[in-house]
Design a protein around this ligand. Structure first.
Ligand code: ATP
Length: 355
């Protein structure tokens, strides 16, 4: 789905002013920004839920907003999952989903099929008030899917959950995004969720849509808003885990052929994401021997960006074109006499599979 537009909404003390934008939605698009930047408001404007919005909006060429005129939310075919699932409290889960199914266009999946897909079929006869937070969010997801939306909007769906339920719901959303062609707009202010799920990132700041980047581009900018304490800068590499070799280590191979060797972490052959913190990457002028770091990757230094008086963020290009960040001291930068364009070795101390 392609959303194009330019929307404004004036509220007391807050103004949404997107500026002209074109969002090609495919997989998960994260809507990322600090609290109060207008993410929820923008999502509600896209869904047609804000009566006072003005401007232009089209979805695949269909007009959704023209000046003050608004296509109704019901005629936009958008599914919504909010922070806290609003379910009918006096009904069972099945009752809630049956209600959604009756209102859905005919020809869609039935309640048992969707419940099984979302992993809540064993709770269908439970009263809604007995559902856990994670189950409530799954119920909201199932209810949205029953309406066969063209676009699924998720507004901080994990925020009311504990870490275990968060991890399980992230897995489910990721799996849905991989296996269906349903585009998702996912509101969050958590960079880890963006790195885990997103294919692209729309950044918001003070009511403005400041930029739209692929995840790789968003992580290749030294001043990326995704780089926040305590982790700081990080890189995410896409690739596939292969079976362990004679050395007992598992190769992680990027589409461009860069191979990292990992301590065995399971093997399923599907695309995985590897997260590398910039502070876990060191640099050497020549390939070092006699060190315990498994991964020594040839790279080209493209940029040096001072973080403060003592620390520098180095942007590195791997041989397959993907970018890797290294945080080094200003002292090391001078000692190694680093300048952009140089060929170096990146020494990777630690990696984490994040999906
Ligand atoms: N119903 C409302 N009436 C008036 N002001 C509102 C309303 N909802 C939100 N606001 C204000 O609009 C601004 C943007 O809020 P919004 O919820 O869109 O931000 P957000 O980026 O989604 O924040 P968060 O991450 O905290 O959910 C804030 O200043 C907020 O206080």
């Amino acid at each position: 789905m392609k959303l194009q537009g330019d929307l404004t909404l004036a509220r007391r003390g807050f103004r949404l002013e997107t500026g002209p934008f074109a969002l090609a939605l495919d997989g998960v698009t994260a809507l990322f920004g600090p609290s109060g930047s207008g993410k929820t408001t923008l999502l509600r404007c896209l869904a047609g839920l804000e009566p006072d919005v003005r401007g232009q909006l089209t979805a695949d060429g269909q007009t959704w907003q023209d000046g003050r005129r608004r296509r109704s939310p019901a005629r936009r075919d958008i599914g919504f999952v909010f922070q806290d699932a609003a379910l009918f409290p006096h009904q069972t889960l099945r009752g809630n989903l049956d209600y959604a199914h009756r209102r859905a266009p005919t020809g869609g999946p039935d309640v048992p099929t969707v419940a099984a897909r979302i992993g809540i079929e064993h709770r269908l006869d439970a009263a809604v008030h007995t559902l856990s937070g994670g189950e409530r969010q799954r119920a909201a997801l199932a209810r949205s899917l029953l309406s066969r939306p063209r676009l699924l909007c998720l507004d901080e769906p994990l925020s009311a959950l504990d870490w275990q339920a968060r991890a399980a719901l992230l897995d489910l959303i990721d799996d849905l995004a991989r296996r269906t062609d349903l585009p998702m707009l996912y509101v969050t202010h958590n960079p880890r969720e963006v790195e885990r799920l997103a294919r692209q990132v729309a950044f918001m700041q003070d009511g403005r849509l400041t930029r739209i980047d692929s995840l790789a581009d968003a992580l290749a900018r030294p001043d990326s808003a995704l780089f926040q304490p305590p982790d700081g800068a990080a890189s995410v590499l896409a690739g596939t885990l292969g079976p362990a070799g004679a050395d007992g280590l598992q190769p992680f191979t990027t589409p461009g052929g860069v191979v990292l060797r990992l301590v065995p972490a399971g093997h399923d052959g599907r695309q995985r994401r590897l997260r590398i913190l910039a502070r876990d990457v060191s640099l050497a002028r020549t390939e070092p021997a006699g060190i315990s770091m498994l991964n020594r990757l040839p790279v080209q230094l493209t940029q040096l960006h001072p973080l403060d008086e003592h620390r520098v963020l180095a942007t590195l290009r791997l041989t397959d074109g993907q970018m890797l960040m290294a945080e080094i001291t200003a002292y090391s930068m001078r000692e190694l006499d680093l300048t952009p364009g140089q060929s170096l070795y990146a020494l990777v101390k630690s990696v984490a599979l994040i999906d």
